[in-house]
Design a protein around this ligand. Structure first.
Ligand code: UD1
Ligand code: CA
Length: 458
């Protein structure tokens, strides 16, 4: 096998996105477009992978990290000009160079590998990955001779009406003989409708030198979709979402309504978990087996143990154990740590709260900045009063404690091991282990008060 190199074009601003965010950083199913491309390319045996960066280069670098190399394109003068920026790293190397765009997030490693193989088995100096598009507008068109050989690529904006009718498009992915590529790049001019140095012009230059140009047509246009605007971005999202959902279903996850289930690329789910409609799973979320998630649930950056049920709820940046029951309508805010067999019921909000094994907050509570032990029962309407307007304080509720309904626990405060708090208490001081604390005004019944009041008014 010849030595392989790869150049990923990712320097453009993406004017057509009309966005502050650089085009290749726009996410598709939670992962920046260019990272999808890098991940697919990284699955193959390639010696050096170089991304050409320019607009937002620091951010792109930060996102992609040091697993690849970088070349900087200060001014975006076109795709050929972008490849020229890798000269110092690649120019004289013998081998095959893949050039791929950072805005084609759906391309699969299998297709790139087939392109390499096709290139290597022909004696071509360049092989273009092409596809047939129902609506080819915006793409470069593949111009073939009568005999079927590729002659050149014409950009949409430079095409005649006759050329515009051609449906075979340039996907923006190519293999080149590396040395020939850099020689031809020197001859590319910018005399065209956009005043840019077009990489596709390399094809016509090599052809005119008598070199063999090959095309490898993929049957799947969807995979080669180039994202230039938000309409194409939504289309890419739809296709990628479908692909991700299908992968999970093949791995043994039930998805009741895949068209209504949104799972980002980084999420892991184990078998026999059921995902109900309207569910969004994002970030670094890991869901173990036999869970029921949804409907209408949002989980971001959480780990969820086995056999847990989360319905109609939101959970972020937290750890949730096994056999836990959450919702409906619960809100698990960041840094919560929920142990096994816990119940968090309707209208309960947690923030930075630890919940020990088997503890329950079944209804209408706010538990923030709290350490709750195991087998604690938190009655309906209990609130940890954690904030004095300036600082936040910790509430500790030790194992086996029972907090009566509608209690305020004014932090910092500790409810001791197995202690009881009477319903309606406002607790301002620590409650010793095994004590009963009542902190409310004693009830006074004024006999006949109402009758007396009415008699006085006559
Ligand atoms: C390009 C191809 C077109 C092909 C289409 C496939 C050219 C001239 N045209 O068109 O034939 O059908 O892709 O999607 O190549 N970039 C840079 N530096 C630059 C210019 C672009 O790094 O100076 C990067 C962009 O960030 C982008 C990629 O190259 O990731 C493609 O550029 P874009 O402007 O989107 O090209 P298209 O018009 O889509
Ligand atoms: Ca493009």
């Amino acid at each position: 096998m010849l030595t392989r190199y790869a150049v990923i074009l990712a320097a453009g601003q993406g004017t057509r996105m009309k966005s502050k965010l650089y085009k290749v950083l726009h996410p598709v199913c939670g992962k920046p477009m260019v990272e999808h491309v890098v991940d697919q390319v990284s699955k193959l045996q390639i010696k050096d992978v170089v991304a050409v960066i320019g607009h937002g280069s620091e951010k792109v670098k930060q996102q992609l990290g040091s697993k690849i190399g970088y070349a900087y394109q200060a001014e975006q003068l076109g795709t050929a000009h972008a490849v020229i920026q890798t000269k110092e790293l690649l120019e004289n190397k013998e081998g095959v160079t893949l050039v791929i765009c950072g805005d084609t997030p759906l391309i699969k490693s299998e297709t790139i590998e087939s392109l390499f193989k096709h290139h290597e088995t022909t004696s071509a100096k360049a092989t273009i990955l092409t596809a047939v598009a129902q609506d080819p507008s915006g793409y470069g068109r593949i111009i073939r001779s009568g005999a079927g050989d590729v002659e050149k690529i014409v950009e949409h904006k430079d095409a005649t009406n006759q050329e515009k009718a051609i449906k075979e498009i340039n996907t923006g992915t190519y293999c080149f003989d590396n040395v020939s590529l850099f020689q031809a790049l020197n001859q590319v001019s910018n005399e065209n409708a956009q005043g840019e140095y077009y990489l596709p012009d390399v094809i016509e230059i090599l052809k005119k030198q008598g070199e063999v140009i090959s095309a490898f047509q993929t049957g799947d246009f969807e995979e080669t979709l180039g994202v230039n605007d938000r309409v194409a971005l939504a289309e890419a999202e739809r296709i990628m979402k479908h692909r991700i959902n299908e992968m999970h279903m093949r791995n043994g996850v039930s998805i009741i309504d895949p068209s209504n289930t949104y799972i980002e690329a980084g999420v892991m789910i184990k078998e026999d978990t059921v995902i109900l409609p309207g569910t969004f799973l994002s970030g670094q979320t890991i869901i173990d087996s036999d869970c029921i998630i949804g409907p209408n649930t949002e989980i971001k950056n959480c780990t969820v143990g086995k056999n847990t049920i989360i319905k109609q709820s939101v959970a972020h940046d937290s750890k949730i154990g096994s056999e836990v029951n959450i919702g409906p309508f619960a809100h698990i805010r960041p840094q919560s740590n929920i142990d096994d067999e816990v119940k968090i019921g309707n209208f309960v909000e947690l923030k930075k709260a630890d919940f020990g094994k088997g503890s329950k907050a079944s209804h209408l509570s706010y538990i923030g900045d709290a350490k709750v032990g195991s087998d604690v029962n938190i009655g309906c309407g209990t609130i940890t009063v954690n904030y004095d307007g300036k600082n936040k304080f910790l509430t500790t509720i030790e194992d086996g404690a029972f907090v009566g309904c509608n209690s305020n626990l004014i932090a910092p405060v500790t409810i001791g091991l197995g202690a009881y708090v009477a319903a309606g208490s406002t607790i301002t001081e620590d409650v010793p282990a095994s004590a009963l604390s009542i902190a409310r005004a004693r009830q006074v019944n004024k006999e006949n008060y109402v009758n007396n009041l009415q008699n006085n008014q006559k």
